[in-house]
Structure formats: structure tokens, C-alpha cells
Design a protein around this ligand. Structure first.
Ligand code: NAD
Length: 450
């Protein structure tokens, strides 16, 4: 059992889910394996209907789920409502997939050639603490739609919404064993997903360090693996843009979810001729950013998820020279203010490492070529933003930045209907978008001789 703490107050919650042991994990995997043939063989329209029913039940419990996330993870209530709605939307979107899991008919000599997308069996989803609801749904919605059964491990710090979503699946009529939530430790439950031969895929979101261990572990059984890992994304601001608008949107691009976001634009690159104007306006926007009790409707940023995360972020701040910062509540809870560092040395930790907190480094550049080189000077490649009024430049830079998700004049990175994933050490494979169910299938080719 793990004691859960409300990050906004430091007060213990009176709910502490039991951590699964190795034997518990094996028992649930066996249950998911038993449930697989019937789920796979269900008529596509019936599987679709059950996913829509699941979406409807999530929608009926949207406020309950959102309040639970405020309590457990310290997410602002506005974000938490969006996150619960995202679970519903993912289920609705992928409920269309069972009836559209198309194969192909490929012209060949002497017969007919057909392809089929067949489910893998039991697939596992390992979820981090920063977006417990959406990241779970990005895995389980397409996996279930493709006819797999699912074992899902939430993060140790934030299991409550996943556990509730598992209950809601049963309430909606999904057969027992189809979606199984197993709270527990990464080194026990998560590791067992990697080693258990009946688990056919590991869909992992989390740190690059753990992702590398999982990839190495999966090699032993040539197990399918998808990795969604860390990031150090750049927000590139050219002098030809509306600098006031770019500065106004920059805090949201990095401090949303208190910077605990793999897509956080934690490096800001500003063209030198606009640098002073940008930094002046950005300071005003940072100081206006409302860091408040996450239960408040006005709150734009809540606390860090844990004391450990707060201390880890604070250590980066202590090692850097802070240019300016915003505000944060005093008193109990794991609070930090939004913090800005002006940087000129790309070897500094604050410029290179994923801090996963409300800290951003700002640097000047001279021309497009230098901006692209600085953005790409990272082992990561998840997201990025480009602010410019020149559409040609926007496209050129978006194509040149080595990252999976670029936005021009926007910080939007993730939509459930567009693909999402990282270049380089930010990940392997893609989630979301129209092709996500295929990533939970094997493609089979059948030739029939005439
Ligand atoms: P983490 O890697 O510590 O943990 C992630 C999950 O893996 C947890 O459920 C944990 O229990 C489990 N785990 C830990 N050790 C394991 C092991 N040996 N075997 C199997 N499972 C194990 O990451 P975190 O601190 O929870 O999350 C923060 C990280 O997640 C950041 O690096 C962030 O960038 C990344 N992230 C990436 C994305 C993305 O889509 N690219 C999204 C969100 C978060």
C-alpha cells in the first residue's frame, strides 16, 4: 500500500489502493488472456457499441473523474475536465475502428492476395503520473478497438482515475477481463509486463531512462513495444511575428500542468532583433500567470505532483541564474513559481535536460539556420512551435526541426485524431490518429491460388 498525498495541501488522502504483487499481476494477465478469444471474436459492430457505451459512462462521470485528478495529481480543474473528456473522445473516435479495420487486396499472379489486421492478444499499457487519464486512454481505446484485451498499470503516485475508469468499463458492459487496471510498482507490475510471455506488447509512456530498460527487456521475446518518452521542445520566435501574441502564449506553452508535460516548450529561441521586446512582454505574462489552488476555476497552474519532483526541479533552479519568476502560494503542498532563465550556453543543464517542472530557458539566435541548429541540438525530438508571419518559413522550419509534432503559430501538440510520437530519444512508434489501432495488430497476408 502506498500513501497518496494531495499535492496542493500535503495532506494524506484517505484512499490507498493496494499495490499488486507478482502473483496478483500474473493472475490478472491470465484473466486477460482468458477474456481475449471472446473479445476478439465479438462482431465488429458489437465491439463498437460497447466502446460507445463506455464513452457514455465516462461522460456521465466526467466531473467525478476530474475532481479525483485534482485531488490526486494537483491538476487544475479546467485541465482535469479536459483530460476526462479526452478519455471519452478517444473511446468515441476509436469506436469507429472495429468496423473499419480494413485489410487490402493486392494484385498477384495466379490467385487472390488479401491482408488482415489481427489483434495481438493481451497488450500492456504503462502510464506515467503527469497525464494519468489521457495517456491511459491513448493506449487502451485503440487497443480494445483492434480486439485486444488490456492490462494497464497506472503510475504509483496517481492510480485513482485509472482504477475508477476500470470500474466504469464494467459498468458500461465490457466483459470482465477485457480492461484490467493493476496498480503497483514499476519494478514489479511494469517489469512483469515485459517478462510475461502472454503479454504481446508493451506500450510505455514515461522517462527515457526507463524506456530504454523496457526496450532492452522486450528484445528477449521480440516483444512489440511503443515508447513515448521525454522531451526538451523548442518554441522558436521569429522577429516577423506578432511578438506580443507570441509572448502572451509562451507561458501556456511551457507552464501548463506546471511544466510536467513531455511536450512543454522548455527552450524558447527568440530572434535577436525581437529579443528585448519579447523578454519584456514575457516577464509580464509570467507574472500574470495564475498559480492557484488547482480546485479554483481561475487556476492556470497547480503544484508539482510530489515533494520529490519539487525538490528535483528546485535543484535545477538553484544551479541556474534566474532572470525572473512568477508567483506561487505559500504554505503546505509542493509549490514552485514559474521560473525563467536567460541562457547563452547550450551546455548548461537548464538548456539541455528535461526538468519536468515550471522552468524555461530563453536564448537569442540570429537567423533561420541557427534557430534550426539550436532546436535540433538535443537528444530529444518530441514537439516544437514556430512563430512567424511568413508561411514559407513556417513550413521550412517545421520540416527542418527533428521532432514528431510541430505547430506553427500555436502550441497545440496532441489531438486524438492526429498521430503523436517522438524522434530520436523521445520515443519509438506513434500513438493516436487514424492508424493507432493497426499498431495493436499483426498484419497477416493470405494467398489463395485460383
Ligand atoms: P517513469 O519512467 O519513472 O515511470 C513511468 C511508468 O513506468 C510508471 O508507471 C512506473 O511505475 C513505470 N516503471 C518504472 N520502472 C519500471 C520498470 N523497470 N519496468 C516497467 N515499468 C516501470 O516516468 P514518470 O516519472 O512517471 O513520468 C515522467 C516522464 O514521462 C518524463 O520523462 C516525461 O517526459 C515522460 N512522458 C512522456 C510522454 C510522451 O508521450 N512522450 C508523455 C508523458 C510523460
Amino acid at each position: 500500500m502506498r500513501t497518496l498525498i494531495n499535492p496542493a495541501t500535503g495532506v494524506e488522502l484517505d484512499i490507498s489502493p493496494t499495490s499488486a504483487s507478482l502473483d496478483d499481476t500474473d493472475a490478472v494477465i491470465a484473466k486477460a488472456h482468458d477474456a481475449f478469444p471472446a473479445w476478439r471474436d465479438l462482431a465488429p459492430g458489437e465491439r463498437a457499441r460497447l466502446l460507445r457505451a463506455f464513452a457514455a459512462v465516462v461522460d456521465e462521470h466526467l466531473e467525478e473523474l476530474a475532481q479525483l485528478e485534482v485531488l490526486n495529481a494537483g491538476h487544475t480543474i479546467g485541465n482535469a475536465r479536459w483530460e476526462a473528456g479526452n478519455v471519452r473522445d478517444c473511446l468515441n473516435y476509436y469506436s469507429a475502428a472495429p468496423e473499419r479495420l480494413f485489410g487490402r487486396q493486392i494484385p498477384v499472379a495466379g490467385g487472390t492476395d488479401l491482408t488482415f489486421h489481427e489483434p495481438l492478444g493481451v497488450v500492456s499499457i504503462i502510464v506515467p503520473w503527469n497525464f494519468p487519464m489521457p495517456i491511459a486512454a491513448w493506449g487502451f481505446a485503440p487497443a480494445l478497438a483492434a480486439g485486444n484485451t488490456v492490462v494497464l498499470k497506472p503510475a504509483e503516485l496517481t492510480p485513482l482515475t485509472a482504477i475508477r475508469i476500470g470500474e466504469l468499463a464494467l459498468l458500461a458492459g465490457l466483459p470482465p477481463g477485457v480492461l484490467n487496471v493493476i496498480p503497483g510498482q514499476g519494478s514489479v507490475v511494469g517489469q512483469r509486463f515485459v517478462t510475461h510471455p502472454l503479454v504481446r506488447k508493451v506500450c510505455f509512456t514515461g522517462s527515457t531512462a526507463v524506456g530504454k530498460q523496457i526496450m532492452a527487456g522486450c528484445a528477449d521475446q521480440v516483444k512489440r513495444v511503443t515508447l513515448e518518452l521525454g522531451g526538451k521542445s523548442a518554441n522558436i520566435i521569429f522577429a516577423d511575428t506578432d511578438v506580443a501574441a507570441a509572448a502572451a502564449s509562451a507561458p501556456g506553452g511551457v507552464f501548463d500542468n506546471a511544466g510536467q508535460d513531455c511536450c512543454a516548450r522548455s527552450r524558447i529561441l527568440v530572434q535577436r532583433s525581437a529579443y528585448d521586446e519579447f523578454v519584456g512582454r514575457f516577464e509580464t505574462a509570467v507574472k500574470d500567470f495564475r498559480v492557484l489552488d488547482p480546485a479554483s476555476e481561475q487556476s492556470q497552474m497547480g503544484p508539482m505532483v510530489s515533494a520529490g519532483q519539487r525538490d528535483s526541479v528546485q535543484a535545477y533552479v538553484d544551479a541556474a541564474t534566474v532572470a525572473f519568476s512568477g508567483s506561487a502560494p505559500d504554505g503546505p503542498g509542493w509549490w514552485l513559481p514559474p521560473t525563467v532563465v536567460e541562457s547563452s550556453d547550450t551546455s548548461e543543464a537548464v538548456w539541455r535536460e528535461e526538468i519536468f517542472g515550471p522552468v524555461v530557458a530563453v536564448m537569442a539566435f540570429d537567423d533561420e539556420e541557427e534557430a534550426v541548429a539550436l532546436a535540433n541540438d538535443s537528444e530529444y525530438g518530441l514537439s516544437g512551435s514556430i512563430f512567424t508571419d511568413d508561411l514559407g518559413r513556417g513550413m521550412r522550419v517545421a520540416r527542418a526541426v527533428e521532432a514528431g509534432n510541430l505547430s506553427v503559430n500555436s502550441h497545440a501538440s496532441v489531438r486524438y485524431w492526429t498521430p503523436f510520437g517522438g524522434y530520436k530519444q523521445s520515443g519509438l512508434g506513434r500513438e493516436l490518429g487514424p492508424d493507432a489501432p493497426n499498431a495493436f495488430t499483426e498484419e497477416k497476408n493470405v494467398f489463395i491460388a485460383h
